[in-house]
Design a protein around this ligand. Structure first.
Ligand SMILES: [Zn+2]
Length: 278
C-alpha cells in the first residue's frame, strides 16, 4: 500500500518484496485473463428491471492475473466447480462442457497459488472469493465495509450461505488474518495499481484500476457483469445500492479505460490472446 493513499488503514510496514521474476516496467502491468469455464444464470440476475427478461444468459467465470513491479497480483479467486451451478438443461442449451480449477488456470501459465504475492478481492461473493484459502502467502486486499457487512450479526439473516460461504470467512479471520489489509475508499496498492470502493453491487465492493503499456485497465468485478452494462448503461440485476451502481458505471466510462467484465464470454473475442499490455 502506498502510505500517502492508505491513510493509515493499511499496515504500512508490510513489504511487498521486489522480486525479479516479473519483467514489466515499474508502475505498469500486464493483465492475463483467467477463466474457470462458462456457466449460465437467470436473466433477472443479469439485468435490472428488464422486461422481457431473458430466461438464461451464458456467462464466463473470469478472474485476472496482473504482473508488474516484481509482483504477481490476482484479482478474485475464481470458483472450481462452475458447472455444478448449472442445470442439465442449461448445460445442454449452452453447450457447457468444460471447466478448469483455479490451480489449473494458474498452471497454464506456469504458476502455483504460492507464486501470488497479492490477492485483491473485489467483493465477498462466493464465485470471487471462495478459493482464497489456496493462497498461503499472498497479502489479501479487502474493503473494510465488505468485511464488516458479512461479519455483522444483523446482516447474517440476509446473507445466504451458498453465496457467502462461512467457512471461508472463518479462514479469513483466523488463519489468514495477519495477511489481510482492510482498505477504505481509494487506495494505491502498488504504483500504477489502485482499488476504488464502489459499493453498488455489494456494500464494500471495490474495483481495480491498473496501468498497462496498452493504457489503463479497469477490472470492475461484479459492477460490470457484461459489456452492455457499462457500454449501454444497463444496470445489473443484483445490486445492493442501485444509485451507487449506476454512478459507478458512469465513473468507469469516464475513465476511458479497457474494461474487463467479470462474467462476459465475449472478453475472449475482444482479447483473443487473453493478455493486455506487454
Ligand atoms: Zn457478486
Amino acid at each position: 500500500m502506498h502510505p500517502t493513499h492508505a491513510a493509515g488503514r493499511v499496515a504500512d510496514e508490510h513489504r511487498y518484496d521486489e522480486g525479479s521474476h516479473v519483467s514489466a516496467p515499474a508502475g505498469t502491468y500486464t493483465v492475463t485473463i483467467l477463466n474457470n469455464g462458462d456457466w449460465a444464470t437467470h436473466g433477472t440476475v443479469m439485468y435490472d428491471n428488464a422486461y422481457p427478461s431473458p430466461k438464461h444468459v451464458k456467462i464466463a467465470m473470469n478472474f485476472f492475473l496482473l504482473e508488474g513491479g516484481g509482483q504477481r497480483i490476482l484479482v478474485d479467486t475464481g470458483i472450481d466447480n462452475a458447472l455444478d451451478y448449472t442445470t442439465p438443461e442449461q448445460r445442454e442449451e449452452f453447450g457447457l462442457t468444460t471447466h478448469r480449477t483455479t490451480v489449473a488456470a494458474l498452471a497454464e501459465h506456469g504458476l502455483t497459488p504460492d507464486d501470488i504475492d497479492i490477492l485483491i478481492i473485489t467483493h465477498l461473493h462466493f464465485d470471487h472469493y471462495v478459493n482464497a484459502p489456496l493462497f498461503n502467502r499472498a497479502r489479501i486486499v479487502l474493503n473494510r465495509r465488505e468485511y464488516q457487512h458479512v461479519l455483522l450479526p444483523e446482516n447474517r439473516v440476509v446473507l445466504p450461505r451458498n453465496s457467502y460461504p462461512r467457512e471461508v470467512f472463518a479462514w479469513l479471520v483466523d488463519e489468514a488474518w495477519d495477511r489481510v489489509d482492510l482498505v477504505d475508499g481509494e487506495v494505491e496498492v502498488r504504483p500504477g495499481l489502485r482499488v476504488i470502493w464502489t459499493g453498488g453491487h455489494t456494500p464494500g465492493h471495490q474495483i481495480v484500476v491498473a496501468d498497462t503499456t496498452a493504457g489503463p485497465v479497469v477490472i470492475p468485478g461484479d459492477e460490470v457483469y457484461l459489456y452492455e452494462h457499462v457500454e449501454s448503461l444497463i444496470p445489473i440485476g443484483n445490486h445492493y445500492d442501485l444509485l451507487r451502481h449506476v454512478e459507478t458505471l458512469r465513473r468507469i466510462r469516464a475513465l476511458g479505460a479497457t474494461v474487463l467484465p467479470a462474467h462476459d464470454i465475449r472478453i475472449r473475442d475482444r482479447h483473443p490472446s487473453l493478455r493486455i499490455g506487454d
